[in-house]
Design a protein around this ligand. Structure first.
Ligand SMILES: NC(=O)c1ccc[n+]([C@@H]2O[C@H](COP(=O)([O-])OP(=O)(O)OC[C@H]3O[C@@H](n4cnc5c(N)ncnc54)[C@H](OP(=O)(O)O)[C@@H]3O)[C@@H](O)[C@H]2O)c1
Length: 280
């Protein structure tokens, strides 16, 4: 009985929009799935592992499907998509292998877009990368990272060429969130990331970043919360946004209705509270 009530509470309404998330098991894609479930959508995730990212309650409302966008018959990929109103892709790889980056970002998303179109999706939302970061690629000539940016550009072009009724590119700089830090891929947790976002969103720092070139500009751009990226991608998938491009933290935050980052203020207030209770 209790299991029935949980499933009933998680079941989408009969008129729910259907959204398929490519890469729904990943850092960004899993939050996109959660945002969509919270908004009442019927959600399928397609990823190479087919694994749910956690055992949290909302994951039971998602149909986790396994399909590698780069392998196997295309008919199977189209079938795995279901019959979506919209598709969100958070598929990507980061690395220094040029060919792997072109495949994992460019070809994988081009195949995803073709299959989404064949499955009847009207909207396609792609989590790409901020133009400030792309514009700094000339500063990293020896690192083989160019394949990442070229792959992103190929993916965007292939998605446009597929001819959806609406297309949204969400272009984040650095994305933070969750509870942990990591080196590869680089991750910083929500509290630390929010503090850096608040600091780098201050007017004088934004003005300085605007005036600086390449990687110096990128280093001073505020990072964006994974919840904001997911919220913006979900809103676009559900047809709640007109924007075709959300480039950088302020545009993504606005689209997601994300409250201002307060991590730095929270930290300073916490220190003040500790000092005053120590001296009381
Ligand atoms: N994280 C950042 O700071 C950042 C910044 C700017 C842009 N982005 C972009 O945001 C997107 C998502 O990043 P993320 O950090 O969430 O990455 P992530 O955690 O590595 O997730 C990638 C997802 O893509 C899936 N995937 C990869 N190759 C696939 C393939 N060939 N076929 C099917 N599924 C495949 C993975 O599936 P499995 O897990 O099942 O293998 C996983 O679900 C990427 O395009 C990335 O470039 C990220």
């Amino acid at each position: 009985m209790q299991r029935f009530l949980v499933l009933a509470a998680l079941a989408p309404a009969a008129s729910a929009l259907k959204v398929t998330v490519l890469g729904g098991s990943g850092f960004v894609g899993s939050r996109v799935c959660k945002s969509l479930v919270d908004a009442g959508a019927e959600v399928i995730s397609v990823s190479s592992s087919g694994a749910a990212p956690s055992r949290e309650e909302w994951t039971k409302a998602v149909d986790w499907r396994k399909n590698n966008l780069l392998r196997g018959p295309r008919e199977q990929l189209v079938e795995a998509m279901g019959q979506p109103d919209a598709v969100v892709s958070a598929v990507g790889v980061i690395g220094f292998d040029v060919q792997g980056s072109l495949l994992g970002n460019g070809v994988a998303n081009a195949e995803g877009a073709k299959a989404a179109k064949a499955a009847g999706a009207a909207r396609f939302v792609y989590v790409s990368v901020a133009s400030d970061v792309t514009n700094a690629k000339g500063w990293l000539p020896l690192w083989g990272i160019g394949g990442y940016f070229d792959g992103k550009a190929q993916a965007e072009q292939a998605i446009l060429d597929a001819g959806f009724k609406a297309t949204t590119f969400v272009r984040p700089s650095f994305i933070y969130g969750g509870d942990s830090f990591g080196l590869f891929p680089p991750r910083v947790n929500a509290a630390y990331g929010s503090a850096v976002e608040e600091l780098l969103s201050a007017g004088p720092i934004v003005a300085l970043a605007n005036a600086l070139p390449g990687l110096l500009k990128v280093a001073l751009r505020p990072p964006v919360s994974v919840d904001a990226v997911a919220g913006a991608a979900a809103a676009a998938a559900l047809g709640k946004l007109d924007a075709s491009v959300l480039d950088g933290t302020p545009a993504i935050n606005e689209a997601a209705g994300q409250p201002k980052a307060t991590g730095l203020s929270d930290f300073i207030n916490g220190v003040k509270d500790k000092l005053s209770s120590a001296t009381a």
